[in-house]
Design a protein around this ligand. Structure first.
Ligand SMILES: Nc1nc2c(ncn2[C@@H]2O[C@H](COP(=O)(O)OP(=O)(O)OP(=O)(O)O)[C@@H](O)[C@H]2O)c(=O)[nH]1
Ligand SMILES: [Mg+2]
Length: 310
């Protein structure tokens, strides 16, 4: 392999810059359109405390160490001290290994978005591609619209559920069951895991499938059982293979591009409206829209202060 070594400092610096960039900054950067996605994008989503960070860490470690892949983990941290602590704890243990294997872990704030994802995640994922990652594992907390946003960004979405919780009912209500490519009943060392897996299999069997459709497997995982993490990794590879076999990636790529375009426009408009002159709010609506759109297109003088989380 002739891949250049991972430049962690440069990557860290660029991710920080992106994490702090407003929509106006992004538009002004004038990045070229991204080349074809290279890394396999794996999403882990689920309720707070489901064990996503721990599982993401172990999955990444397995793929980097046993499969010799360059793996990055981006954990979108909804700024809760709990998740921050957990991912940090994992990182400290993994740092010891990071010299020997190609593993990079980074937690990023969710900033102003309400969808549980970082604003500039598409750009961050492109950056990971540019740094030669084979896999990017993305952790997002399942709140509200987070699943759709996560669904769009990744190739394989893993839904992480806790045994004996109301997670399945919640997921069904939110329509997430249909979005998942792999179901995981995590913390399978706790009671109730097997029964929950059986319930999910029953629910999943009710869904109608085309003959060649992907059937989401239901797995039991626990950090105390390394073989369970290896099985999850295999299931992810099988799903990726299924995507390749049927040339099924192109639709998702277009959907991703549309989502990104919509998000940057929405954010840019929000930036301008936030600082729109209060005196003008009494004017006819069409005039206000004209004024806002003119500003949207002209791009601002001081984009940074406009996007602090509100
Ligand atoms: N028993 C058991 N506990 C686990 C397992 N995996 C994680 N935990 C514990 O569950 C707690 C939450 O783990 P996290 O990995 O931080 O969960 P998370 O889903 O990332 O949490 P948020 O990011 O806050 O939503 C921690 O105390 C972990 O030690 C497991 O397989 N079994
Ligand atoms: Mg977490």
């Amino acid at each position: 392999m002739t891949r250049p070594p991972l430049d962690r400092r440069a990557l860290g610096r660029e991710l920080t810059r992106l994490a702090n960039a407003s929509a106006a900054d992004l538009l002004q950067r004038g990045d070229p359109p991204p080349a074809a996605t290279r890394a396999r994008r794996i999403g882990l989503t689920g309720a707070p405390g489901a064990g996503k960070s721990t599982l993401a860490g172990h999955l990444a470690l397995h793929r980097a160490r046993d499969d010799g892949r360059r793996v990055g983990v981006l954990a979108v941290d909804p700024s809760s001290p709990r998740s921050g602590g957990a991912i940090l704890g994992d990182r400290i243990r993994m740092d010891e290994l990071q010299g020997a294997i190609d593993l990079y872990i980074r937690s990023i704030g969710s900033r102003s978005t309400h969808d549980g994802l970082s604003d500039n995640l598409p750009e961050m994922l492109d950056l990971m591609d540019a740094h030669g990652f084979d896999d990017v594992v993305l952790e997002t907390v399942g709140v509200g619209q987070a699943e759709y946003a996560a669904r769009v960004q990744v190739d394989t979405l893993v839904l992480v559920l806790l045994p004996d919780s109301g997670d399945v009912v919640q997921a069904m209500k939110a329509g997430i069951m249909e979005m998942a490519d792999v179901f995981v009943v995590n913390k399978a060392d706790l009671p109730g895991a097997q029964r929950m897996a059986t319930d999910i299999r029953r629910i999943a069997a009710l869904a109608r499938h085309e003959a060649d459709a992907w059937r989401a497997p239901v797995l039991l995982t626990s950090v105390r059982e390394p073989a369970s993490v290896a099985l999850l990794s295999e299931a992810i590879d099988q799903h990726q293979q299924w995507l390749d076999d049927g040339d099924r990636r192109s639709g998702a790529v277009l959907e991703r591009a549309r989502y990104r375009l919509r998000r940057v426009i929405e954010r840019r408009v929000a930036e301008v409206v936030r600082t729109f002159d209060a005196h003008r709010l009494g004017e006819p609506l069409a005039r206000q829209v004209d004024a806002v759109m003119a500003k949207v297109l002209s791009l601002p003088d001081s984009p940074h202060q406009e996007t602090r989380p509100c």
